[in-house]
Design a protein. Structure first.
Length: 316
């Protein structure tokens, strides 16, 4: 990323091969995952660009070398993680990436390593939301935007916990996806009907922000816990006050930006790996692209034309 701006500011370039420091590893990148936050960083809407200019938070690949103090990972290990692409860290859109070992976990052996790059941000965000919502077995959870990456991860993780999951999606096809991941699906337009019918939920997750958060507040029962992954807006919180709701803002990149509590990310992914290998959880539907197509991917996402999670493979 040569400067902030449109997708065209992302250019192919050669940079010096980084060396792993204390507690770090060098990864030979197999795939980098695309996330909406990448477009916000590129456009300058989120002032957290990495010093190198190399974007890409999510990565999967093989350990090439380890730095001092790394004992849990060894050269040749297949790993994945949300390991950089923000200030203070290297990015994944490269042949090699240096990452803090705490941010990584062994990749599930029964999922293509390329597809693992589509999981970390979505999965860790979902695990964070489960924790913040204090979700328990038997509770009713509604996910506003359940067919997106975070929504699908939240749906299946909550279902695995024994929660009763419902969620909204934009089409019948997307509803089918939600139901394949363990939830009951509704069209976005039906949310107002649920409210009118007196339906309410003790736990609600909003994956959109904006009108999505207002919908979440309307669907919440009195004293409910509500979480959102996009609180950057101005909101009418009268529903939150009238129902004595607890509102949580989930921002899973904060540990990377503050350089603290990063081991929790690796722990989340180890839990995910165990669930996938046991057949209790599954990966997300992904589309594979070449890294040289990254500008087009940004443009397609901003035009609303990227229906599935995108992962990018090196083609240098």
């Amino acid at each position: 990323m040569t400067q902030t701006g449109g997708p065209e500011v992302i250019q192919k370039a050669e940079i010096e091969l980084p060396e792993p420091g204390i507690g770090q590893v060098l990864i030979r990148v197999v795939a980098a995952g695309f996330n909406p936050v990448d477009t916000k960083i590129r456009a300058g809407l989120a002032a957290i660009a990495p010093q190198s200019g190399v974007l890409g938070c999510d990565v999967s690949g093989y350990i090439e070398a380890t730095g001092e103090g790394v004992s849990a990972l060894s050269p040749g290990d297949a790993v994945y993680g949300c390991a950089g692409g923000v200030k203070g860290h290297h990015g994944a859109l490269a042949e090699y990436m240096v990452a803090d070992a705490d941010l990584l976990a062994p990749a599930p052996h029964n999922l293509p390593l390329e597809d693992c790059a589509g999981l970390p941000i979505a999965a860790i965000t979902a695990y964070n939301a489960v924790q913040r919502l204090q979700l328990q077995a038997g509770e009713r959870l509604f996910v506003v935007g359940a067919s997106g990456a975070v929504g699908l991860m939240m749906t299946q993780i909550a279902h695995q916990l024994g929660a009763l999951v419902e969620g909204s999606a934009g089409s019948r096809e997307r509803i089918a996806q939600v139901e394949a991941f363990g939830g009951r699906g509704w069209l976005h337009a039906q949310c107002s009907e649920l409210v009118a019918q007196g339906e309410s939920f003790a736990r609600v997750l909003d994956t959109f922000g904006g009108a999505g958060l207002q919908t979440a507040l309307e669907l919440a029962a009195p004293y409910a816990q509500v979480a959102t992954i996009n609180a950057r807006n101005q909101y009418d919180l009268s529903q939150a006050h009238a129902k004595a709701l607890t509102l949580h803002a989930v921002f899973m990149l904060l540990p990377l930006l503050r350089q603290e509590h990063m081991a929790a990310h690796g722990e989340c992914l180890r839990t995910l790996t165990a669930g996938i290998e046991a057949g209790e959880l599954k990966g997300l539907p992904v589309q594979r692209f070449a890294m040289s197509e990254v500008a087009q991917i940004h443009a397609r996402y901003e035009a609303g034309e990227l229906p599935f999670k995108a992962v990018m493979l090196p083609d240098f």
